[in-house]
Design a protein around this ligand. Structure first.
Ligand code: ATP
Length: 227
């Protein structure tokens, strides 16, 4: 087997993989993906809304509705594509399975970069087969208000992996298909889907926290009327 740290495909820009519940999608997500393209030199970002996320409670609205909001909100950005596979799958979505599917689809040499916010990264050691993730992809961790990216805030096993794989230079992402961890300082936006759901359930405005196309969809389909 080829060494994943030395066998990136020549000339193929790293592809960002951005999973999330997106319940609903908001500007924190969109800036994360946009700034990841700019700061990490990604060829694009593939958005993958989760179907039945195994790490958390059932999302408020259906997978199809969350997918529809992501499709509308990312439309027109040539760097973004949306992958419906997890929403369409009957089984729970595990990121490791999605990355295995993408590896099979894109080949062993394509650099893949799993994009996660600092809060999601801090809980990575609870994900299914989490150690295998770095054999399949790099990790790029975005700063998020209230969630420091520091070894002290990680569990011991994850802190060790972080120390061993972290690299300050995003150029490493293009030099190998998988195995590195970088962090990037995106514009800090203290927006969360939880906050948006609360505002909407209380009949308050969520305008300017998420794209109008997503808000229009929410209003048309009368979503998030209660918590
Ligand atoms: P919830 O409030 O329902 O937990 P959320 O706003 O965190 O949702 P998710 O769909 O769970 O949204 O997040 C998908 C990914 O985007 C995660 O990796 C998360 O860390 C990241 N993310 C979400 N909001 C932000 C933000 N404001 N800044 C940086 N990263 C974010």
């Amino acid at each position: 087997m080829s060494d994943p740290l030395t066998s990136a495909v020549a000339g193929s820009a790293p592809l960002g993989i951005f999973g999330g519940t997106f319940d609903p999608v908001h500007y924190g997500h969109l800036r994360l993906a946009e700034e990841a393209v700019l700061q990490l030199g990604l060829g694009g970002v593939r958005w993958i809304p989760a179907g039945q996320p195994p790490h958390r409670g059932t999302p408020q609205v259906s997978g199809e509705q969350r997918l529809a909001m992501v499709l509308r909100s990312t439309a027109g950005n040539p760097h973004f594509s949306v992958d419906p596979a997890e929403v369409l799958a009957a089984a729970p979505s595990y990121t490791v399975h999605t990355l295995e599917r993408l590896r099979a689809e894109l080949g062993a040499a394509q650099p893949l970069v799993l994009l996660v916010g600092a809060d999601a990264f801090a809980g990575l050691d609870r994900w299914h087969r989490w150690r295998d993730l770095l054999a399949l992809a790099h990790l790029a961790v975005s700063h998020r208000p209230g969630f420091p990216i520091a070894a002290e805030s990680l569990g011991p096993d994850l802190a060790e992996v972080f120390a061993g794989c972290h690299n300050a230079d995003p150029a490493v992402l293009a030099q190998a298909p998988a195995g590195r961890i970088v962090s990037f300082a995106m514009t800090q936006l203290a927006i969360s889907a939880t906050q948006i759901r609360k505002l909407l359930a209380n009949g308050l405005s969520a305008r300017y926290l998420l794209p109008d196309v997503a808000l229009d969809y929410i209003q048309t389909h009368q979503l998030y009327r209660s918590l």
